[in-house]
Ligand binder design. Structure first.
Ligand code: NAP
Length: 472
């Protein structure tokens, strides 16, 4: 007990403060669904988290303040530095590592609960033991799986699928082994065995590694979202074990939103979650026509030609993709659009749901450049209008415009809905080379008769085109 212990766990005041915190989480998530309110939503959710943390610290029975202060200081410092240093394109890695840390923390909490149970002597109540075991298993899988996901995205380990013969069988044995160990601990629970508990943590750790290693880098964002849902679930389980409502509600919110996000990404790629987890897709990039390495004829133009095509158009659609994020070209593209608008050209932006490396990636970038939200058109809205568009400018996008998704049933991206730029009068593709995109496959769009390639960095190309339009 310390002087700060002013709230009774489960008491009215603590519950009221937790309810305020959850309400702020939910309002924050709701506001996050629209680009114009997303920033505010983030701040509201962060303030809600501050309320939840302070409430928990004020609970009677809080432990070692020295350790708590060191933890708070270290966590705040790392978070503050990372938020200013990490680039937008590295956000999936950052989410992976934060998510892993969350899962690891939950597994450690579960371990400490087991030790606490053992120190009290006798059997642990089942309503405490079962969620503790669940939190340990899921938290450990999530920690190690997220570590591998981080390594693949950061390219510190090979991004291609890595598997050993009989991989699925080994995974199944490990999964069943973990469940059997948990059942044994539950049955011989007087007191629970710490040795078997550690064995569960180790087996779940190997499982976390082995499940994620065979998945290609291209599918990592989906895997991270799925692991995020797992971490949420494990935190909710820890909440049941600790009888902490804040953990139960926050964990459930993370679990459900992570699941929805995973499903949304899988749907946008027209793939099932099991296919993403077990197909070993997104590994070795193929080059040239259909991966044969053969060169095909294409038309290449410069900034001046592109400026002429755009300036004399009535309607222009800009299709942004991952390369726009890499080049940080959003401001230059907005400038180019402004030059066109000055000349009476109607400009809009076509947003594919999985353009970039995370959902909403393009919306965030364009919002950063103050592109009016009304100019952003979702894929389903723009596709029917595409045949009435004079010029489509594809900037650093590749897979999300690849007609193979529609025309080639054997393509790895077959069935993925695309932005149908080929329907526009003319297409200008801005990228640095003929290299494939994230899925590692050639793009037939580049060889179509109405497509012109403008090779270069997206930011420089957009700035050059804007300058050329000014000269006209
Ligand atoms: P993409 O297919 O990865 O293509 C990006 C293109 O940008 C590359 O072909 C690259 O070509 C070009 N590029 C890179 N740096 C550039 C620069 N500085 N300037 C100009 N161009 C540059 O990207 P996408 O069309 O946005 O498709 C997203 C992919 O990620 C899809 O396969 C999707 O399934 C996958 N994915 C997305 C999410 C999500 O939530 N958004 C989740 C999971 C998977 P060069 O090297 O020739 O320049």
């Amino acid at each position: 007990m310390t002087v700060l212990a002013v709230l009774k766990p489960g008491g009215d005041a603590a519950m009221a403060l937790y309810i305020i915190a959850f309400s702020m989480f939910i309002i924050g998530i709701k506001r996050g669904t629209h680009p114009t309110t997303a920033k505010q939503g983030n701040l509201i959710a962060a303030a809600g988290m501050a309320v939840a943390v302070v409430t928990t610290l004020l609970l009677d029975g809080m432990g070692n303040w020295g350790l708590i202060i060191v933890g708070l200081a270290a966590g705040s410092a790392i978070g503050a530095i990372a938020s200013t240093r990490v680039h937008m394109t590295q956000m999936p890695q950052m989410v992976a590592i934060y998510n892993g840390v969350g899962g690891g923390a939950v597994a450690l909490i579960a371990w400490s609960e087991i030790r606490h149970g053992i120190s009290l002597g006798g059997a642990m109540p089942l309503e405490e033991l079962i969620p503790t075991l669940l939190a340990a298993i899921v938290g450990s899988v999530s920690f190690w799986g997220s570590g591998i996901a981080f390594g693949k995205l950061q390219e510190v380990i090979p991004t291609k699928p890595l598997s050993v013969p009989g991989q699925q069988f080994i995974n199944a044995i490990l999964g069943i082994g973990v469940i059997v160990l948990a059942v044994i601990i539950t049955i011989n629970n007087d007191p629970p065995s710490q040795g078997l508990f550690i064995l569960i943590l180790v087996a779940a750790a190997i499982l976390g590694n082995l499940v994620v290693l065979p998945i290609g880098g291209a599918d990592m964002p989906v895997v991270i979202s799925l692991l995020n849902a797992f971490t949420g679930l494990s935190a909710a389980a820890a909440g049941f074990a600790l009888e902490n409502v804040a953990l139960i509600v926050a964990g459930t919110l993370v679990g459900s939103s992570g699941t929805i996000l995973t499903m949304a990404m899988a749907t946008a790629m027209n793939r099932s979650v099991p296919n993403i987890l077990f197909a070993g897709f997104g590994g070795v990039p193929a080059t040239g026509a259909a991966g044969t390495g053969e060169e095909r004829p294409h038309t290449s133009i410069g900034a001046q030609d592109a400026a002429i095509k755009l300036a004399y158009a009535d309607t222009v659609v800009i299709v942004p993709g991952y390369g726009l994020a890499v080049a940080q070209a959003q401001h230059a593209v907005k400038e180019m659009a402004r030059e066109l608008e000055k000349r009476g050209v109607t400009v809009s932006y076509a947003i594919h749901p999985v353009a970039g490396r995370m959902p909403g990636h393009m919306n965030v970038l364009l919002a950063e450049a103050d592109v009016p939200y009304e100019q952003l058109k979702e894929m389903d809205e723009i596709n029917p209008e595409m045949s009435r568009i004079d010029v489509a400018v594809v900037i650093g996008a590749n897979d999300v415009t690849n007609p193979a998704a529609k025309n080639d049933p054997n393509s790895p991206i077959a069935g993925m809905p695309i932005i149908e730029v080929s329907e526009a009068g003319e297409v200008i593709v801005i990228k640095r080379s003929m290299s494939p995109g994230f899925a590692g496959i050639d793009n037939d769009l580049f060889y179509e008769p109405n497509t012109s390639m403008l090779f270069g960095d997206a930011k420089k190309a957009a700035a050059d085109i804007a300058a050329e339009i000014q000269k006209l």
